[in-house]
Design a protein around this ligand. Sequence first.
Ligand code: BTN
Length: 254
Amino acid sequence: MLKSGVVMSSVRWKIESESEVDSTNALVLERARLCAPEGLVISALSQTNGRGRLGRTWHSPPESGLYFSILLRPPVEVEQTALMSLIAGVAAAEGLADLTGVSVGLKWPNDLRIGGKKTGGILCEYEKSGGPPPAVVVGVGINLETPPGEFPEEFRARTTSLEEAGAAIEADEALGAILERLDYWYREFLANGFEPVMRRWEALCDNLGGKITLSTANDAIEGKMVGIDMTGRLLLEPPGGDIRAFDSGEVLEA
Ligand code: BTN
């Protein structure tokens, strides 16, 4: 159970800016092992080995995107730490929308999308040593002005950037806007539990009620995207069947 009711003051962000790194997630995980406190943020102008979900590479060329990782140490039970990735998704979507006026949607678990095309992603990684509390490293990558030709061929048609959506913004202002919303939603989660986040996540989800296919390690399940549950699982309703909950997989659309 979540230890709800925790009243927390604002997170003290300590931002370190690097030029080229292999992966900001790798750097923050290393610092977590060395007992770095909550609030450390490492951002980089480019990454040579940016990590994505499902073992993919996150293409991170210079002068194109925002790449950063945050260290949090949420005082919750270990099974609740995975919720941080959905909390970060809500914060990033809101931060970018507040700054640009462009509507930014979410696709489960935490793809950031504009007009149904991916413009950012989040990868959370976990580290027990250097705690307690254990560390959650929230890695965020945003395509700010990535030219379409820079995206890997297989993702090109489903990917966009904020610039392409008519919203040219600086990396620093995007980082500030996202951290501001993350501070809000993190404290809301600690004070009142996951439900308010879940409701907001569903309001931001851009394919709620739509037909999807969930691709898992051994299966592809079709159905309607009906929301998420209190543990962050995807809720899918197969045609004529009961709603099922999934904690992993990739959502594909027609
Ligand atoms: C995804 O696959 O959608 C998640 C991508 C997350 C990429 C970010 S970029 C900053 C941070 N460092 C990494 O190596 N990965 C994350």
